[in-house]
Design a protein around this ligand. Structure first.
Ligand SMILES: NC(=O)c1ccc[n+]([C@@H]2O[C@H](COP(=O)([O-])OP(=O)(O)OC[C@H]3O[C@@H](n4cnc5c(N)ncnc54)[C@H](O)[C@@H]3O)[C@@H](O)[C@H]2O)c1
Length: 255
């Protein structure tokens, strides 16, 4: 079905894999990311179309509105919003900051991108769909198993910022149901991306997942396995699923 999809962080590993999956199903995709060039290159690599790449800083109110403007003037009202833009809160060669050493700018940046950024994108979608409704609207937020479990190798600020995304998703699901928009979160466990390597602090061994023995699946996940979950939650058939969290974690957390 031809639908307009906006993917924040769409030039990143998991965002791009999900944009690809939705484009393969016939969607028109707006890839939104910090770098306009990276977003445009990612959009150009998608099958079908038209697709576009737009610059966005999800932590900035005006930038979020501008990115939606650009997406909607090119492709029409956004029916599916997927919020992959995210920040792990430490550099790849940096030791993981423990709570006693956690500086306020780092904390604020984590919440600005992961939490405020998700809020601003959801609010923008809500305002626009209140004015111009779509059928079968979908929002998929991106949390993390770290936000559910306390995280085995993420820092406390990242864990807290993703925990807030889980709660925000439930509040948004309640508020947006009357507009016919479902709001669900995915909570990936460790997935084979550069961000996973960054989460592991300097001096903590190789750059894989530190606790493979805790994963019943016996391996870390693949970006395509995240994209498959996004494709389901974005589908018309998922219309009775809202306010939920889909765990994609190889059995790391069961409930
Ligand atoms: N990789 C994992 O194992 C894993 C596990 C759980 C959750 N996640 C979450 O999945 C999402 C994507 O992760 P990834 O592994 O693809 O990482 P990634 O670094 O490849 O992608 C993140 C993208 O977000 C963009 N971004 C950062 N700040 C932004 C901002 N202010 N405005 C707009 N875009 C911004 C980056 O440019 C990048 O393209 C993140 O939210 C991450 O927290 C990842």
């Amino acid at each position: 079905m031809k639908r307009t999809v906006l993917v924040t962080g769409g030039a990143g590993s998991l965002g791009f894999a999900s944009a690809m999956a939705l484009a393969e199903e016939g969607a028109n995709v707006a890839i939104a990311d910090l770098s306009a060039t990276a977003a445009e290159e990612a959009a150009a690599a998608l099958p079908g179309g038209p697709h576009i790449g737009v610059a966005i800083d999800v932590s900035d109110e005006a930038s979020v509105a501008e990115a939606f403007d650009a997406a909607e003037s090119a492709l029409g009202p956004v029916a599916v919003l997927v919020t992959f833009a995210g920040y792990i809160g430490q550099a790849v060669d940096e030791a993981r900051p423990s709570l006693a050493d956690f500086d306020l700018p780092r904390w604020e940046k984590l919440f600005a991108i992961n939490t405020r950024g998700t809020f601003l994108c959801l609010r923008e979608m809500a305002r626009r769909r209140r004015e111009t409704p779509v059928t079968d609207g979908r929002i998929i937020t991106v949390a993390s198993a770290a936000g559910q479990l306390g995280g085995y190798q993420a820092n406390a600020g990242y864990i807290a910022s993703k925990g807030a995304v889980l709660s925000l998703t439930k509040g948004a699901a309640r508020d947006l149901a009357p507009l016919g928009i479902t709001v669900n979160s995915i909570a990936p466990g460790p997935i084979d991306t550069p961000m996973l390597a960054e989460a592991r602090g300097k001096g903590e061994g190789d750059k894989g997942f530190a606790n493979l023995a805790m994963l019943p699946a016996g391996r870390i996940g693949r970006p395509g396995e995240i994209a498959a979950a996004v494709r389901y939650l974005a589908s018309v058939d998922a219309g009775f699923v809202t306010g939920s969290t889909l765990d994609i974690n190889g059995g790391l957390r069961m409930q």
